[in-house]
Write a protein of this length. Structure first.
Length: 156
């Protein structure tokens, strides 16, 4: 197998490791800021963002798990914790009886409305203020191309 591996060149390895370090540093810093200043975890924030983007603030549990790239069990456990805190509610699906919906509550809306301005400020200060508009457009194109390929591979 080692003979067929397309090992990374020094340039590729540098780019990949730089990207991973950027991702890890940004996620870690944003997570700490959210938790410290808004008392919302990064995981909570991700769930709430997806729900506020969804029609009627509701989404199927499995669709939400797919959107966040989470395993079903992680999603179930996290939603249970968020239900206990009053950020979301769980509604059974009457159409098929197997699925369930996660629905954002008024408390969940209040939590994300309070967290969002600080999150945006942090995204600007930690990332956007350090790239040019051209670099930002290039990053968006690269990200969209890679995500499209990953989603294409996930499709049946």
């Amino acid at each position: 197998m080692a003979d067929s591996v397309r090992w990374l060149t020094a340039e590729e390895q540098h780019a990949w490791r730089s990207f991973i370090r950027l991702h890890d540093k940004l996620r870690g810093r944003l997570s700490r800021l959210l938790q410290a200043e808004s008392h919302v975890s990064a995981a909570d924030f991700g769930v709430l963002v997806n729900l506020t983007d969804a029609p009627d603030g509701r989404e199927r549990v499995l669709d939400l798990a797919r959107a966040l790239e989470w395993e079903k069990s992680r999603m179930s456990h996290h939603i249970a914790r968020m239900v206990k805190r009053g950020l979301v509610a769980r509604d059974e699906c009457t159409e098929d009886g197997r699925g369930a919906f996660v629905v954002i509550t008024d408390a969940g809306r209040s939590a994300i409305e309070a967290a969002a301005p600080r999150h945006v400020e942090a995204v600007r200060a930690l990332f956007l203020d350090h790239v040019t508009p051209a670099e930002l457009r290039m990053l968006a194109r690269i990200s969209e191309r890679v995500v499209d390929k990953l989603e294409e591979e996930d499709s049946p």
